[in-house]
Write a protein that binds this ligand. Structure first.
Ligand code: FAD
Ligand code: MG
Length: 349
């Protein structure tokens, strides 16, 4: 009788732990010059969730001290200050991200260029407070841009055995990929901590872990890719275990005399890319790759962007054009559902 009772007690304990629903815990903070939020779903208690969230935000802080283009003491800034022809030992993290960046720089013939730092630093003070020209520093001069463009060759770097050597006076800017890498780091922390479900949002670099507890896919909304979108949602996709990363011309920009100057730069002109695109969203299991490809496709434009994506057949992409048309690339398994009816989907052959 005693054994039966003990068994029943243990059995009901087992059943209640199986049926206990997950709770969500959210932390919002500021890092990488943007608002970051992480929402985790767990059967653990608040204290346990907070330990994990603390760890994540500590990691973001640590990454800021590696990748920040504006902190003088970041590893990236110190590398930029280092003299040419001197080998500098890099952290594993900076070395890895630079290496991955260079693969795509080569693939895109420098259209994606992590060594545009000399040019982007001319523009960054203008982007920092978006939208109003009043009180902003003036636009860079043609001479400044021309001078900076002399020093942006991504082949001016030798990477070997965790060291990097500049052979010309170029500067790194990993703004196009560091948030993606940070997203992958957060995913690793969550998985190691046994968290199966989460939503990560690093200033528009979104990633979802697993499916919802009821087995449904997550619905990830994509903002209208227009200036002052005021909460308008372009549409959504239903997905799991994916990063959803968008690059566009409508978030980080400055308006001077009625003209918008956004933050994705052509290495040919040293000025904001001006093509048929408003934005490109990339959906991939790898957030670093998604971040690199979204910027790359934005710079390359429709034709060359699609060509690049042929090499990444499992990477789904959505191109948003200025004429309000939308195309899907590699969309065999996933698709984008339009909500805002000013947009229209166009089939691509
Ligand atoms: P993405 O499309 O992913 O990237 C665009 C960014 O990539 C540009 O802003 C530029 O940095 C770079 N870029 C532009 N053209 C090209 C190109 N052709 N090829 C490759 N890269 C290109 N910004 C601030 O203003 N102040 C800060 O204090 C600041 N701190 C930061 C700290 C960290 C750790 C990081 C990673 C970024 C920080 N930034 C800061 C922002 C950064 O410079 C970019 O503006 C931001 O990362 C853009 O991300 P995105 O997803 O909007 O656009
Ligand atoms: Mg990017």
């Amino acid at each position: 009788m005693r054994h039966t009772l003990l068994f029943l007690c243990l059995f009901s304990l087992f059943i209640s732990s199986c049926t206990k629903r997950e709770k969500d815990y959210v932390r919002v903070g500021f890092a990488f010059d943007t608002v970051c939020s992480v929402q985790i779903f767990t059967k653990g208690n608040e204290k346990e969730a907070n330990v994990i969230l603390d760890q994540i935000f500590e990691k973001l802080n640590q990454l800021e001290f590696i990748f920040s283009p504006t902190l003088k003491e970041s590893e990236l800034s110190k590398f930029n200050e280092a003299p040419t022809d001197v080998s500098v030992k890099l952290s594993d993290e900076l070395y890895y991200v630079v290496k991955e960046n260079l693969k795509v720089a080569k693939e895109t013939n420098g259209a994606f260029n992590p060594f545009l730092g000399k040019v982007t630093k001319l523009w960054r003070p203008l982007w920092q407070n978006t939208s109003e020209s009043e009180g902003h520093p003036s636009l860079p001069t043609e001479a400044d841009i021309a001078g900076a463009l002399q020093r942006v060759d991504y082949q001016s770097i030798v990477l070997q055995d965790r060291t990097a050597k500049k052979i010309k006076d170029v500067e790194l800017d990993l703004g196009a990929s560091a948030k993606g890498y940070a997203t992958d780091c957060i995913k690793d922390i969550l998985l190691k901590a046994g968290i199966k479900r989460a939503i990560i949002d690093l200033g528009g670099n979104i990633a979802v872990l697993n499916k919802k507890e009821n087995g449904d896919l997550w619905k990830v909304g994509i903002k209208m890719p227009i200036v002052h979108s005021q909460g308008r949602v372009a549409g959504y996709l239903e997905t799991c275990d994916r990063a959803v990363v968008t690059s566009g011309n409508y978030e980080r920009f400055v308006e001077v005399e009625g003209k918008l100057y956004h933050h994705i730069i052509s290495g040919k002109t040293g000025k904001p890319v001006d093509n048929e695109l408003r934005a490109v969203t990339i959906v991939s299991p790898n957030a670093l790759l998604a971040d690199i490809l979204s910027t790359s496709c934005f710079v390359l434009g429709k034709k060359e962007g699609q060509k690049l994506l042929k090499q990444f057949p499992s990477t789904f992409a959505i191109f948003f054009f200025k004429d309000a048309s939308v195309i899907e690339v590699n969309g065999e398994a996933e698709h984008f559902n339009i909500i805002d009816n000013s947009l229209r989907k166009v089939k691509e052959k």
